[in-house]
Design a protein. Structure first.
Length: 289
């Protein structure tokens, strides 16, 4: 499903204009869901942490028992070549992806074969969110899974139907996103991004306990805040901790920083720490090139 204004696709060793077909009906990824992807951003002529996103899609593939076929360095070069087809005023969502093609028949067809892996890159022109864009949060009965039951150590397509259930439930309550618990009932993340809270000038975020992807942008915010002298706590957080916060914001690749203005009746300001986090990210991104 395309939702951007322009798409370029890398498939079979060349760039193609448009959203071209890349998967067959009998591919393992099509009928058994062995698909992984990652998402990076290009905006204002820069692609922050592009190498980290390309490296992570290879780790995600391995977690799903797929064999990565493109090195991180080669993937970065392919992406940069493809970005030349976009205007300098466009923002682009960079989506490298792998999927299983054949089954491992020695293991009863359910595991994918380690010998055949599909690969594509989708570059889609999608604008960056306005600096003042915000969101609201609701609780959800659906929880983040654990490694023993799902491949939470990968950015895998098969995880996202659960996120979709969270979003549909939150929106039925009149909210834009969901604040999600882990298996023990502690705060994990939102349905689409990592979460931070601010209290008395210090920043808190759920400790990476293996139930959610500890995001690349999340790590960048923590590094920037620490370098700026802000105390950052990676710790167990309850929903009451979120309700008692001075500020709440989400951290994800698509928008980088999204202020939260409400959590089920608890209201927040788009506060100074949230604005500072965004400023530091943009300063770092432009300095990194």
């Amino acid at each position: 499903m395309a939702f951007g204004s322009k798409i370029r696709t890398w498939f079979n060793d060349s760039w193609h204009e448009g959203d071209i077909p890349v998967m067959n009906a009998a591919d393992h990824g099509a009928w058994l869901g062995t698909t992984v992807f990652d998402g990076a951003r290009w905006f204002e002529g820069i692609a922050p942490d592009l190498d980290a996103h390309c490296a992570r899609v290879n780790r995600s593939a391995a977690a799903l028992m797929l064999t990565p076929t493109v090195t991180t360095g080669d993937m970065v070069e392919i992406v940069r070549e493809g970005l030349k087809g976009f205007g300098t005023d466009q923002a682009v969502y960079i989506r490298p992806m792998y999927w299983g093609i054949d089954a491992d028949m020695r293991a009863g067809a359910i595991p994918p074969s380690g010998e055949t892996t599909g690969f594509a890159i989708s570059l889609e022109a999608i604008g960056m969110a306005d600096a003042k864009a915000s969101t609201t949060l609701a609780t959800t009965r659906f929880r983040r899974p654990v490694l023993e039951s799902s491949v939470v150590n990968a950015k895998a397509g098969c995880l996202y139907p659960n996120n979709a259930r969270m979003l549909v439930e939150a929106r039925a309550k009149g909210y834009k996103n969901a604040l999600v618990a882990d298996a023990l009932g502690n705060v994990a993340e939102s349905a689409t991004a990592n979460v931070f809270i601010v209290r008395d000038g210090e920043v808190f975020t759920p400790i990476a306990n293996g139930t959610f992807l500890s995001g690349i942008t999340r790590a960048r915010h923590i590094a920037n805040l620490t370098a700026d002298g802000v105390k950052v706590h990676e710790c167990v957080l309850s929903f009451d901790d979120v309700r008692a916060a001075d500020e709440v914001f989400l951290s994800g690749n698509m928008s980088k920083v999204t202020p939260v203005t409400e959590f089920e009746g608890t209201m927040y300001q788009h506060g100074p720490m949230t604005r500072r986090v965004r400023e530091m990210y943009w300063d770092w991104a432009h300095s990194a090139g």
